[in-house]
Design a protein around this ligand. Structure first.
Ligand code: ZN
Ligand code: ZN
Length: 571
């Protein structure tokens, strides 16, 4: 049985239970979601967590009672009669096109307008759990009435449910918003505005490390870096077409010298202007131009979510401009590089998703075919298998997305490799070929991490705030056991800092137990204890987060060990 069917059927049972407990309720709809289901209700009573327990109890009774799901069809008039006291259902009924069957499902004494499918009997729903209640506008429109939405989940077996609940508990512990505050990594300010991130010193250090590694790898792999402005005149966005097809994602313009300037939602037109600054020859292609480009995009306030969805963010962007002769090679190379960068951050389970030509598209069919072919070949060369979304590409070109799995098995999209047949036309990008004629180059957009903000959120959750040595803002802390050892601890700290490590001393007069607890909650890769014996011997008692207690080690030995981990980016 499909999980989706089980969950949607559970939503019916929940509605039935709600009707039993609150007979005056008006019902909207109850679909299955990625991880469960919900149902939207309108009632005077404000539902509480205690109420959810009651509703769940009533549902469980139905599960045991093996309630059958029976389908019947009606005419539109009969349906209107059946739903006479259900205003939201009547609106949903009106959505069903003329000529389409109108079907109801009866489960026990509850009937619901629904297309199905459902389980045959509630016995097929192994386990249910109601999770939360939240406000939700009818049809998601804030001009409509606010309904109450109950979220729940259902599984075929009790074991599956238990495993899922453990996973969401684990996810809650790792929530980057919670850890971001606890570990002082980043924050937001009501004064500044929603969706605009403040990177606090420790988060900023990690970002610096990510950016530095990113830039170094790009230079090593044949890219050049660009820096471009945050705003550009309306003519640029008219030429690019963004004011037309991306208007909803852009903020209102500001005026400078009576001209409209827009905050950039994308970096591409700026890179294209660098390309167009002079005539280009086939000899200098391919060009690989990368930029940590900060863009601004409108997101509804309700959809903002920590670092995962924000209004201002920095893309780790690049544009590859090449000839048709080298496109295959270039794509294979960009995919190889993408995989390498994702793996560098500790993500080894990576899956490509290919999206091909939609019905409405720009660009010659031969270019599309060549582009898709090069993407497929690149995936095969990398020894991976990709999932194909036929017709799921953007109108301007096919793409590959890479999705990574984190430490608790959740999938996140990081990399996008996107062909563009639109902008080179609109900006009339050309190069002079070996034949002395003008030709249109291929252009590919790609971001490897996606955005620094979102990727940082993923990193925080993947590592649960316990960053590997190379990314830890504080790599080690020295804990002197008494006041008289503080000076010696500082001297060791300075020696380690000179060797390139981020080391602190805890100079507090507190007992060692308290200092260790504090250092542990900071999730440091290393804790060093300096007692009288260690001080006399020139050692530190080493506690590695990864390997546990390692006993007394000479300072030089510790530095060697940390250097090895750092250089090899041991995760
Ligand atoms: Zn249904
Ligand atoms: Zn671009």
């Amino acid at each position: 049985m499909e999980l989706e069917t089980i969950r949607h059927s559970a939503a019916h049972l929940m509605a039935a239970a709600v009707k039993k407990l609150y007979p005056e309720t008006k019902f909207d709809i109850g679909p299955a979601t990625e991880n469960g289901f919900y149902y939207d209700f309108d009632m005077d009573h404000r539902l509480t967590v205690e109420d959810l327990a009651q509703i769940e109890k009533a549902m469980k009774k139905m599960l045991g009672g093996k309630v059958k799901f029976e389908r019947f069809e009606t005419t539109r008039e009969e349906a209107q009669k059946l739903l006479a006291d259900q205003p939201f259902k009547l609106e949903r009924l009106a959505d069903i096109p003329e000529g389409e069957a109108i079907s109801f499902y009866r489960s026990g004494d509850f009937i619901d307008l629904c297309r199905g499918p459902h389980v045959e009997s509630s016995a097929e729903i192994g386990a249910v759990k109601l999770l939360s209640v939240a406000g939700s506008y009818f049809r998601g429109d804030e001009n409509n009435k606010m309904l109450q939405r109950i979220y729940g989940t259902a599984f075929a077996t009790a074991e599956d449910l238990k495993e899922y609940l453990n996973r969401i508990e684990e996810a809650a512990k790792r929530d980057h918003r919670k850890l971001g505050t606890e570990l002082e990594l980043f924050g937001f300010s009501e004064q500044i505005g929603p969706g605009l991130v403040l990177w606090h010193p420790k988060g900023a250090m990690i970002r610096h490390l990510v950016e530095t590694a990113w830039k170094e790898e790009h230079y090593k792999n044949g890219y050049q870096l660009l820096y471009t402005p945050h705003i550009g005149q309306s003519i640029l966005w008219e030429t690019s077409g963004h004011l037309d097809f991306y208007h909803d994602g852009m903020y209102s313009p500001m005026q400078i010298d009576e001209k409209d300037y827009y905050a950039k939602p994308m970096n591409c037109p700026f890179h294209i202007e660098v390309y167009r600054s002079r005539l280009r020859s086939y000899r200098e292609l391919p060009l690989r131009w990368a930029e940590l480009g900060t863009v601004y995009r409108y997101e509804k306030s309700g959809s903002l979510h920590g670092l995962m969805r924000v209004r201002g963010f920095t893309q780790d962007d690049a544009h590859i401009i090449c000839t048709p002769e080298t496109i295959e090679e270039e794509i294979a190379e960009v995919l190889r590089f993408s995989l390498y960068i994702n793996r560098m951050f500790g993500f080894t389970d990576i899956k490509p998703y290919l999206a091909t030509r939609p019905a409405k598209a720009v660009g010659e069919p031969e270019r599309w075919a060549k582009a898709i072919d090069s993407l497929e070949k690149a995936v095969a060369k990398a020894g991976l298998e990709c999932e194909v979304d036929e017709g799921g590409g953007a109108f301007y070109g096919p793409k590959i997305d890479l999705k990574i799995k984190d430490a608790i098995g959740r999938e996140w999209q990081t990399t996008t490799i996107q062909f563009d047949f639109n902008l080179p036309e609109r900006f009339d990008m050309t190069y002079i070929g070996a034949d002395g004629q003008k030709h249109r180059p291929y252009m590919v957009h790609r971001a490897l991490l996606g955005s620094l903000e979102r990727f940082f959120g993923i990193l925080v959750e993947h590592y649960a705030g316990a960053f590997p040595l190379w990314l830890a803002p504080e790599q080690a802390r020295i804990l002197p056991v008494s006041d008289k050892l503080v000076d010696q601890a500082m001297a060791i700290r300075d020696e380690m800092r000179k060797a390139g490590f981020r080391v602190e001393v805890d100079p507090q007069a507190a007992g060692l137990g308290a200092k260790i607890r504090e250092a542990r909650s900071a999730r440091l890769p290393y804790i060093f204890v300096l007692g009288d014996r260690e001080a006399a011997e020139g050692t530190l008692a080493v506690r590695s987060r990864r390997e546990g207690e390692l006993g007394a080690m000479k300072i030089a030995e510790i530095i060697e060990k940390m250097k090895y981990e750092l250089e090899n980016k041991v995760n």
